[in-house]
Design a protein around this ligand. Structure first.
Ligand SMILES: *[C@@H]1O[C@H](CO)[C@@H](O)[C@H](O)[C@H]1NC(C)=O
Ligand SMILES: *[C@@H]1O[C@H](CO)[C@@H](O)[C@H](O)[C@H]1NC(C)=O
Length: 342
């Protein structure tokens, strides 16, 4: 029976040779792949045809696309023609063909981010008989669902927040003052910060992963350095905790460099608001947001989020980089906006 069916299909495709025959996978988009943030993940796709045509043949092309709701916004991921392979956009140098055997057209996406989530289409174009398979990628946001970040009073240098200032400062950045447990988790995940900050129990501490002289000395091992409970009138920085975004953080694409006032207005004109410091940290840590452009934020600072360190963009570590607190009339930067979910 099977071979009869095969023959039928082949003769059909011969009969319709002016067109190319499309063989879809059993039920489109039925294949779902799960990954954790930062994983390497394989999206499976195989040449279905039974004939002996080797996949490596020069005539066969493999095209991977990320499919948008509006097909006009589809993104190219990878194109392979024989020995020639090309990756595109945010997938450049991050995606490769697995090629476990001659019929394997699967791709591996390395260092998966939340933005990679969605539907992918694998097309094997073989002249006469094309194969299309669709795969949905789900990305899960890691162990915690929030991020701890250090915050200093904008423009006043370090140690300018008493406890009530600290509470207000975090709230203004879409965050709350972090608890000791949250700072401890952040330290375990690698946070190293040499300025002391308020925590929610009104202790003042800072996390050190690389002990060094100016940061509590080298006699102590890595850990949280604590000044204990402090009088709430004293002034320090603060550690804030922001949870996952309920909305979209983005770089506003627009032609000009902006003053701070123009930056705020540009986000409003786009139906959004200028992003807060909590937004940029949540997008960076929980969604793998990466952009090497310095932009204004609501506290008057200019920062940029790097999750894939590279030359000229935070080369040694993934971080939200602080460019500084420039004169607000300076017209040298773009802007990050945040649009809350409706
Ligand atoms: C992902 O793959 C890259 C390149 O093959 C490798 O360097 C990296 O260690 C892998 N990461 C994980 C989490 O397996
Ligand atoms: C904290 O400092 C602010 C000004 O920065 C001041 O208005 C407030 O009274 C201070 N609160 C305490 C408890 O010292």
């Amino acid at each position: 029976m099977t071979s009869l069916l095969c023959i039928t299909i082949i003769s059909l495709s011969l009969a319709a040779s002016a067109y190319s025959q499309v063989t879809s996978s059993p039920s489109p988009a039925a294949v779902k792949v799960f990954a954790n943030l930062g994983d390497n993940v394989t999206l499976p796709c195989r040449l279905l045809s039974q004939d002996s045509m080797s996949f490596g043949s020069l005539g066969i092309r493999v095209k991977w696309t990320k499919v948008a709701d509006d097909e006009a916004l589809n993104e190219d991921v990878l194109l392979s023609m024989g020995f020639h392979k090309k990756t595109y956009g945010s997938f450049e140098d991050r995606v490769f063909l697995q090629e476990h055997d001659s019929e394997d057209a699967s791709i591996v996406i390395t260092d998966v981010s939340m933005e990679d989530m969605g539907k992918y289409r694998c097309e094997i174009i073989n002249g006469m008989e094309d194969t299309i398979q669709e795969i949905t990628l789900e990305v899960q946001g890691g162990l915690t669902d929030g991020v701890v970040f250090p915050f200093a009073a904008p423009g006043f240098g370090r140690y300018n927040l008493n406890f009530s200032d600290a509470v207000r400062a975090c709230a203004e950045q879409n965050a709350v003052v972090a608890s000791r447990d949250q700072l401890f988790e952040a330290w375990k995940a690698g946070l190293d910060w040499c300025n002391a900050g308020w925590l929610s129990d009104s202790t003042v501490q800072y996390p050190i992963t690389k002990p060094r002289e100016p940061c509590g000395g080298t006699n102590n091992g890595p850990g949280l350095r604590s000044y204990g409970h402090r009088d709430k009138q004293n002034r320090y920085d603060v550690f804030c905790y922001a949870s996952a975004l309920k909305g979209r953080f983005y770089w506003l694409v627009q032609p000009d460099r902006l003053t701070f006032g123009e930056a705020m207005q540009a986000c409003l004109d786009d139906g959004a608001e200028i992003a807060k410091v909590g937004h940029i940290y949540a997008a960076w840590k929980l969604e793998g947001y990466d952009r090497c452009d310095a932009g204004w934020l609501a506290d008057g600072s200019v920062r940029y989020p790097i999750s894939r360190p590279r030359k000229n963009c935070s080369p040694t570590e993934a971080a939200v980089r602080l460019h500084g607190y420039p004169d607000k009339m300076q017209k040298s930067y773009g802007v990050y906006c945040f649009k809350a979910e409706q």
